[in-house]
Design a protein around this ligand. Structure first.
Ligand code: C5P
Length: 400
């Protein structure tokens, strides 16, 4: 299942050099499963061709001439009414002014007037134009009317100047679109706390004890929960991944830091999904200076880390549902069942990390969901995102 399957987005593209990034945005949204109807303004067509968008969306791209074609009298109404989201990226100062004034002199602004879906705007223009009181007044008006405005951001501008005016990057805009489109999903109104990645336990200022967790399954859980409408906090150990747009993000390094972050965010959460690979042991006395080879082979003494799940399960204000993960290389079910009971969990997601196509680093996973009532559900090989959706659906059914 693709995250934006059956979602309809009208992507309005107006005349800014950031048009070239809009093609990437249209492609990303399409790859996420959305049906993307692109409308180009006349000025946008000076920068980029309808064919570019048609090629990445696999759908017709609309231009002003279509207004006067055979379906002219209803086209804008149909596009506007069918949309789940109207996203205008890049949005120029001119289009913002027209939208604020309610003008409708081209297909895009007509569609905006006809649309009932949320309006999301990604302004892009030169810094001076953005700062102009007229542009700021347009943005204030649109914001007051409920439009979501993302960016612009600061950096190099096409004029050669540097300042605030760059369109937000397509990946981030796609993230905002996901949050907006997921808002009324099955987890709307729920607070979901997710942990991800492996913890690192310092030996000295340079070296750590780490593990092979990539964080992919945990990040997929956070993203899937956002797509389903949840309010998400992601507590993550060091990973190479970008946190999903819309999640509250807490970066930690050690198991003790993760424990503190989880306890600080656990109260009032509907569920805790503990996907992190928490180090069970840490060096009891990390050296404060780099250990030198010349000093000989060191002995690193270990101390036990807190069991975060166990501790949370004994708290008064604990999340309503506790979900653990068991990565095992042998005796998968027996070990997972033992952890389900000993850690006081409602569900445990068991995966055999000795398989090549499941577990660490790869993008797919093969898991078994074990619940407190003794039920067992074996899922086929799925992407980590699909696993995340299944885990969340099961968790939601347990909550209900
Ligand atoms: O490491 P173990 O297999 O016991 O992990 C099972 C579950 O317990 C996982 O969800 C993991 O995040 C959690 N855990 C924890 N605190 C630890 C170790 C593991 O909460 N110190």
């Amino acid at each position: 299942m693709l995250p934006l399957q059956s979602k309809r987005i009208v992507l309005g593209v107006t005349g800014s050099i950031a048009c070239y990034k809009a093609a990437d945005l249209a492609s990303k949204l399409t790859q996420l499963g959305a049906e993307v109807d692109v409308i180009l303004t006349g000025a946008a067509q000076h920068f980029i061709k309808p064919l570019t968008f048609q090629s990445v969306t696999g759908r017709r791209t609309y231009v002003d001439q279509d207004l006067w074609g055979p379906e002219g009298h209803v086209l804008h109404v149909k596009l506007g009414k069918d949309a789940d989201l109207l996203l205008i990226a890049p949005a120029t100062a001119n289009t913002l002014a027209k939208l604020a004034a309610g003008q409708a002199d081209n297909l895009l602004t007509l569609t905006a007037l006809a649309a009932t879906a949320p309006l999301m705007l990604a302004p892009a223009m030169d810094g001076g134009m953005y700062d102009h009181p007229a542009t700021q007044a347009s943005l204030d008006t649109l914001r007051a009317r409920g439009a979501q405005i993302h960016g612009p951001v600061s950096g190099h501008l096409a004029s050669g100047l540097s300042g605030v005016g760059r369109m937000l990057e397509p990946a981030e805009l796609a993230g905002h679109a996901r949050v907006a489109l997921g808002a009324s999903g099955p987890l709307a109104g729920r607070r979901v706390l997710v942990t991800a990645g492996g913890t690192q336990e310092p030996i000295d200022p340079v070296r750590v004890i780490a593990n092979r967790s990539s964080g992919k399954q945990g990040y997929a859980l956070a993203q899937a929960a956002l797509d389903m409408g949840a309010q998400v906090t992601l507590v993550s150990g060091p990973t190479a991944l970008t946190p999903p747009v819309g999640a509250e993000f807490v970066r930690v390094q050690t198991a003790v830091e993760m424990r503190n972050a989880v306890l600080a965010h656990a109260a009032g959460a509907d569920m805790l999904l503990m996907a992190a690979a928490v180090a069970d042991f840490r060096p009891s006395n990390a050296a404060n200076k780099k250990i030198k080879r010349a000093e000989g082979v060191p002995t690193v003494e270990l101390a036990a880390n807190p069991d975060i799940l166990k501790e949370v399960s004994q708290q008064a204000g604990k999340p309503r549902l506790l979900v653990g993960f068991a990565a095992e290389s042998n005796d998968l079910l027996a070990n997972a069942q033992g952890k389900l009971a000993s850690k006081g969990l409602d569900m445990i997601v068991a995966n055999d990390v000795s398989a090549q196509d499941a577990g660490f680093e790869v993008d797919t996973n093969r898991v078994i969901l074990l619940t407190k009532d003794g039920a067992q559900e074996e899922l086929p090989l799925l992407s980590k995102y699909e696993v995340a959706r299944k885990v969340l659906e099961k968790a939601l059914s347990l909550l209900k």
